[in-house]
Design a protein around this ligand. Structure first.
Ligand code: M6R
Length: 610
């Protein structure tokens, strides 16, 4: 999705802006642009279709100078990816960048054309530029013009505006798309994600819904949705400065897969007593809420949804609490019945996914007893707007394909299941102690599984020329098959479907032939015998199987079956451990196919629009 960087300083800011855009590249985009202002120079705007590197090259040939500037990476929604649709957009002296979608852009466009404005792009953003320009004619300041303009907008925006006649200030507004102000000494910055500004500051103010702010070199003045002057807390970021570096790894995705033992260790740190989960890890007041929980409703998208699907098995079998899981984009538009004592749990790496956020807002108004976010980004909208929050501490995840965020979410969810189970009186302390012990072994178990990387790389060779694939699992491994299939399609572009293995004979068996690889996750659990029968159903029809199995299952490689042995792990953590070979398989297949692993086509890291 789009990225924003802005600066108001006394030094040349073009470099800072471009570096900020580079750090936002992982979000996915198709064009980039920058506008820099100074009292000596007229507006200097450079835009390019394609990567930030193209923009940087253009800036080498056409240097821009000035202490104030705004920059943007665009992920096309309205209007094709092209230079003319790239931001910043201009209306006279008003220059603007915008993230989000303006839903009433057509009606505003007609109105503005009636006022004599001509449009130079097909974007919805350009209506904001003209609207601010128009409102400025009857306003005492740019800030007042912005406050009037945003009242006319429906939809989502994080936007920054500059009046090119006055390079001393940026005016920004946020509704539905995140914006953060970075505080410097004698200079200030703005970005859609703090990651963009880490080279220049660690002090951040997160704008809230409806905020409009004026940012000068010295001051930040913020007005809330009612136009009242407000103070927003300044926070020190603990994200590491080099979070955006690939280090020794060829891709962020590979680096992040290998970071999982550390990320899970961090997520557990300080949250496990000797034999129990520390309930307060989920926030002040968690205990009294958990004691009353009668039902859990999980809402999420994509990979985060898959982790919710695993948690459903755990909630019902371990905590004795009923649980539903729903994709946020469905949940938010469906009339649903709220069960008494329902806790809403949202899961999200970014904490800014538009559908998940909308689902939370809807739920808050629909009678849920409370809300809990399990999230990887401190200060994100989801965290700020939920009553309880649990941070997964995976560190910045840059690869579009979510890996360490998923396994740390699962670790957090397992702790939550134990905490709720105990608070409800449904979890025996010996069972909880066993679960805690299993969680403590998790970083080491993942490390062992990562050592299969070379073997999985070899396996990927057989896989890479296929066009379709089927992933199978049963019980709490069914969502792991779903996650395996999602990773495969997302980065290798091979069509992949996941099925609960017991469902094969109800349709998908018709697809089986030697051209359809079948991937199976097979720990040694109660469902093993059932799974073995399903595997036989596939073999009998000429299917080629790739089985990731606990040694004790007795599977042996032969002509139609490749077996990859996974060290035995405690059953409860097996879904987390078996995720790792799925990630590695899709990574190595994508590598052979030569796709853009970290930024797969048509996808964005953080889906901040509907
Ligand atoms: O930031 P979120 O966890 O809310 O993102 C949800 C999905 O967009 C995300 O998990 C997506 O499915 C991943 N790219 C999958 O790898």
């Amino acid at each position: 999705m789009c990225g924003i960087v802005g600066a108001v300083a006394q030094r040349d800011v073009a470099e800072i802006l471009v570096e900020g855009l580079r750090r936002l590249e992982y979000r996915g985009y198709d064009s980039a642009g920058v506008a820099v202002f100074s009292s000596e120079h007229a507006l200097q705007r450079v835009r390019r279709l394609g990567k930030v590197a193209e923009l940087a090259n253009a800036l080498e040939e056409q240097a821009v100078h000035g202490g104030t500037g705004i920059a943007h990476t665009r992920w096309a929604t309205h209007g094709e990816p092209s230079e003319r649709n790239a931001h910043p957009h201009v209306s006279g002296h008003i220059v603007i960048v915008h993230n989000g979608i303006i839903e009433n852009h057509e009606e505003l466009r007609v109105e503005l054309m009636g006022l004599g404005y001509e449009f130079a792009s097909d974007t919805d953003t350009e209506v904001i530029a003209h609207l601010v320009h128009h409102e400025q004619k009857s306003s005492p300041s740019l800030l007042a013009a912005m406050q009037k303009a945003v009242k006319r907008l429906r939809g989502a925006y994080g936007t920054v505006v500059v009046d090119s006649r006055d390079d001393s200030r940026l005016v920004v507004a946020r509704s539905g798309s995140p914006l953060v102000i970075g505080r410097g000494i004698g200079e200030n910055f703005i970005a859609s994600d703090q990651l963009a500004l880490l080279p220049v500051t660690r002090r951040f103010i997160f704008l809230e819904e409806g905020d409009v702010a004026e940012v000068t070199r010295r001051d930040v003045t913020i007005y809330d949705v009612n136009g009242d002057l407000v103070e927003r807390e300044e926070k020190e970021s603990d994200i590491s400065h080099d979070a955006g570096d690939k280090g020794e790894y060829r891709h962020y995705m590979l680096k992040e897969i290998h970071e999982q033992p550390h990320a899970i260790g961090q997520t557990l740190e300080g949250r496990l007593g000797g034999d129990h989960v520390v309930v307060e890890s989920f926030g002040n007041g968690a205990r009294s809420i958990f004691e009353q929980v009668q039902h859990v409703q999980i809402v999420a998208c994509g990979t985060s949804y898959n982790s919710g699907m695993v948690a459903r098995y755990w909630f019902e079998s371990i905590a004795g609490v009923s649980c539903d899981v729903e994709i946020a984009s469905e949940f938010r538009y469906r009339k649903s019945v709220v069960r008494p004592g329902s806790l809403l749990i949202t899961l999200s790496q970014s904490g800014e996914t538009a559908d998940t956020l909308a689902a939370l807002r809807l739920a808050k108004a629909s009678g849920y007893m409370s809300s809990l976010a399990i999230c990887n980004v401190p200060g994100s909208s989801l965290v700020r707007e939920s009553e309880l929050a649990f941070m997964t501490r995976a560190g910045a995840e840059i690869g579009v394909a979510s890996t360490k965020a998923f396994t740390t979410q699962l670790a957090g969810l397992l702790m939550l299941v134990a905490a709720i189970g105990r608070c409800r009186g449904n979890l025996d302390s010996a069972v909880e102690a066993g679960l805690v012990k299993a969680l403590q072994t998790l970083p080491q178990r993942i490390k062992e599984t990562l050592s299969l990387a070379k073997q999985i790389e070899a396996l990927a060779e057989e896989f890479a020329d296929k066009h379709h694939s089927l992933f199978l699992g049963r019980g709490d491994q069914y969502p792991i098959a779903m996650e395996g299939a999602l990773k495969m399609k997302e980065i290798s572009y091979i069509h992949a479907e996941a099925y609960a293995a017991g469902e094969l004979k109800h349709g998908p068996l018709a697809l089986i032939d030697a051209e359809m690889p079948i991937i199976v996750v097979a720990p040694n659990n109660d469902l093993l015998e059932k799974l073995k029968s399903n595997i036989e159903e596939v073999r009998a029809r000429g299917g080629i199987l790739y089985v990731f199995a606990d040694e004790a299952t007795g599977f042996k490689s032969n002509d139609t079956m490749r077996v990859m042995n996974i060290n035995h792990v405690e059953e409860v953590i097996a879904p987390i451990v078996y995720t790792v070979p799925m990630q590695l398989l899709s990574y190595y297949v994508a590598l052979i196919k030569g796709t853009d692993v970290d930024q797969p086509r048509n996808l964005a890291k953080s889906v901040t629009v509907e």
